[in-house]
Design a protein around this ligand. Structure first.
Ligand SMILES: CC(C)(COP(=O)(O)OP(=O)(O)OC[C@H]1O[C@@H](n2cnc3c(N)ncnc32)[C@H](O)[C@@H]1O)[C@@H](O)C(=O)NCCC(=O)NCCS
Ligand SMILES: Nc1ncnc2c1ncn2[C@@H]1O[C@H](COP(=O)(O)OP(=O)(O)OP(=O)(O)O)[C@@H](O)[C@H]1O
Length: 211
């Protein structure tokens, strides 16, 4: 039995924009894993009343908020993925807060069989997240499929999606860092079958991991 004194077994789950991280993570959660999602943490920090709002206003001015006081995501997306200095300042504010909250949530999940820590920028962050993870799983699909799925989901134009992708690790870099690859070039049933196989493996690895 896992105990609260034992550090959790953490699987870092990453992949490019629209690769299917959330779809894979949802299935890990259905199977009983604890999921800590850094995108979700980023959204909480930047919602109205979120802990990052005062620093964002100090850095970018009040116009960066929507009328209800949340980060204006569309405005910030357009700025950050056009001007590298803006992206850098945004990340300098958010990344330490995201990491701190992710650590706290992983520790709080120590009773789960294992933790899936979803980090879009896991490879880009160097050792920041890698050293926290016992294994790294990469959700992978061809770039054209990533673009088609993001367009269908959020209506972003192809140009912007390609600009975001250009600021992420390449597919080859992510695959080189992977202990396990989830091929999401097919339908969801195929993705889920691979998640189920990894769930069995991670339960076994977590049970036999030294405390
Ligand atoms: C620029 C913002 C406001 C745009 O918001 P939006 O709702 O469009 O995107 P969302 O936050 O849901 O992220 C969606 C995807 O965009 C990509 N993405 C997000 N931030 C970044 C980044 N800094 N660099 C590269 N890709 C990124 C990831 O693939 C992510 O999964 C937002 O992405 C943001 O605050 N980014 C900075 C925080 C960050 O780096 N988050 C990544 C998780 S640690
Ligand atoms: N195998 C699949 N078949 C069809 N649609 C899929 C498949 N996998 C994911 N999708 C859809 O593609 C979109 C992107 O998937 P998802 O949100 O899981 O990706 P993500 O990697 O979490 O994205 P982001 O980086 O933007 O947060 C979603 O609308 C999702 O429902």
């Amino acid at each position: 039995m896992p105990s609260v004194n034992r550090p959790p077994f953490i699987v870092g789950l990453t992949g490019g924009i629209g690769s299917g991280k959330s779809a894979a993570a949802e299935h890990f959660a259905r199977l009983g894993a604890a999921v800590v999602d850094t995108d979700a943490i980023a959204h909480e920090l930047t919602a109205a009343g979120g802990a990052a709002i005062p620093s964002l206003v100090a850095a970018f001015g009040p116009d960066i908020l929507t009328p209800d006081g949340a980060l204006d995501r569309a405005k910030m997306r357009a700025l950050a993925f056009t001007d590298p200095a803006v992206k850098h300042r945004l990340e300098a504010i958010l990344h330490p807060m995201i990491r701190q909250e992710a650590d706290a949530r992983c520790l709080a999940a120590a009773d789960a069989p294992y933790v899936v820590l979803v980090v879009p920028l896991l490879i880009e962050a160097g050792e920041d997240y890698r050293r926290r993870c016992q294994r790294i799983a990469v959700v992978d699909c061809p770039e054209e499929i990533q673009i088609a799925r993001v367009r269908a989901r959020s209506g972003l134009d192809e140009d912007l999606i390609r600009r975001i992708m250009a600021q992420q690790a390449s597919r080859a870099e992510r695959l080189a860092a992977a202990d396990h690859i989830l091929d999401n070039g097919g339908d969801l049933a195929r993705l889920y079958a691979q998640v189920e196989a990894l769930d069995r493996l991670y339960r076994e690895l977590a049970r036999s991991a030294p405390p």
